[in-house]
Design a protein around this ligand. Structure first.
Ligand SMILES: Nc1nc2c(c(=O)[nH]1)N[C@H]1C(S)=C(S)[C@@H](COP(=O)(O)O)O[C@H]1N2
Ligand SMILES: [Mo]
Length: 366
């Protein structure tokens, strides 16, 4: 007898179709999610990231809508469908969608909520992913689930789905409270830092290594359309008036770090040092990694909260954080905040920065 790959019992066609679609779309969601998240993949897929981001959002919305399918068609009583087969996707799905919504619509939710939501958006997705694998294995081998409370035969009542969905939303809300951070793995296993330095979810580099800059050799070159081009040491930099500020940090791929304390100098110090001429209406920033570049208009650069920072959370920057100097542009996505800055060039035109060449907008205000 020919073996059926996805035995569906007495399911209507409509559900078989949704089931098959869900398998493919959930795999695509996990894949695009990992592409966006894992730095190793992130760097190698740079050209396609904004596309993967859009695909992820689109599939997420369809996934959300598909969670309501039990409301539209009454289910037959079938041996093969168990409560838990519906419970897991609806309960976890709702929580994943809610946390995902906060990462997508960043202006709807405060940074502290998005910060917590980011970790749990991933964690809950892994849990559901493992369930799907287990579910597939159990079904494929015809293994009977142990009979527990939730594995009773399916009750095709809509009210039941509603209850599970709402329970999932509650879990999603809990996952977005800063309290939930206490339960993330990172919190449990990372060595607690005595200094209260924020750990960012990722320390990006588009090169193979973090550039190692030694202070005795380091110079910040300030040149371009200026009267007195110059090179300054980190000591000279630190002798300028200090600007301190506490701001949220937002990466375009979804993660947020709330209330990061930056300390450094404002661009106006460089302006009064080198005196750009009247044609200079843009600034190009260069990185010691030799590849990354960024741009700001002079007007953007002169905003009060734009800094060239050498300290984060009262500590000198670590290598991966951009030692010895990084730009911080709190009102724009993180990719504007170029690390390992070693040259600031005043220019008459805006260059296409590293990410802008790869599809991201140059004016990255969110
Ligand atoms: N030189 C350099 N600067 C960079 C990047 C990079 O890859 N190289 N990544 C940018 C991106 S996309 C973000 S979100 C932030 C991340 O800051 P972090 O690496 O300190 O977490 O740095 C930005 N600055
Ligand atoms: Mo980013």
């Amino acid at each position: 007898m020919k073996r059926k790959w996805f035995p569906h019992g007495k399911w209507p066609k409509y559900y078989i179709w949704i089931h098959n679609y869900s398998i493919v779309s959930f795999m695509c969601l996990i894949l695009t999610g990992l592409f966006l998240y894992i730095p190793f993949l992130h760097v190698r897929l740079i050209r396609y990231l904004s596309f993967f981001y859009d695909v992820h959002i689109f599939l997420g919305i369809v996934f959300f809508l598909s969670l309501f399918s039990p409301f539209f068609k009454k289910l037959p009583n079938g041996k093969r469908i168990r409560n838990i087969d519906w419970f897991m996707p609806i309960f976890f799905g709702m929580a994943i969608v809610l946390t995902g919504l906060s990462l997508w619509q960043i202006n709807w939710f405060p940074a502290s909520i998005r910060e917590a939501a980011f970790a749990w958006h991933g964690n809950l997705s892994y849990i559901l992913g493992f369930w799907f694998i287990l579910h597939g294995l159990l079904k494929a081998t015809g293994t009977k689930y142990p009979s527990t409370l939730v594995t009773k035969k399916m009750d095709p009542e809509r009210r039941q789905f509603l209850r599970w969905g709402v329970a999932g939303l509650v879990v999603g809300v809990i996952a977005m409270t800063p309290f939930s951070k206490l339960f993330t793995l990172r919190e449990k296993f990372s060595t607690p830092s005595k200094t209260d330095v924020h750990e960012f979810p990722e320390y990006f580099t588009v090169t193979d290594n973090y550039p190692k800059v030694t202070l005795d050799k380091y110079r910040l070159k300030v040149d371009g359309l200026v009267t007195t081009p110059t090179s300054i040491t980190i000591e000279q930099l630190k002798s300028f008036p200090v600007t301190k500020q506490t701001k949220n940090f937002q990466c375009v791929t979804g993660w947020t770090v709330a209330d990061v304390e930056w300390e450094g100098i404002h661009i106006r110090e460089l302006v009064s040092l080198v005196k750009p001429n009247s044609e200079a209406s843009f600034i190009t920033f260069y990185s010691a990694d030799g590849v990354y570049t960024e741009s700001l208009s002079l007007k953007e650069a002169m905003e009060a909260d734009v800094l060239l920072a050498y300290k984060m959370d009262r500590q000198p920057l670590r290598v991966e954080q951009g030692f010895p100097l990084r730009l911080v542009v709190p009102r724009m996505y993180g990719y504007k905040s170029i690390k390992w800055v070693n040259r600031v060039e005043f220019a008459s035109t805006r260059i296409q920065g590293y990410w802008e060449q790869r599809g991201y907008p140059a004016e990255a205000t969110f």
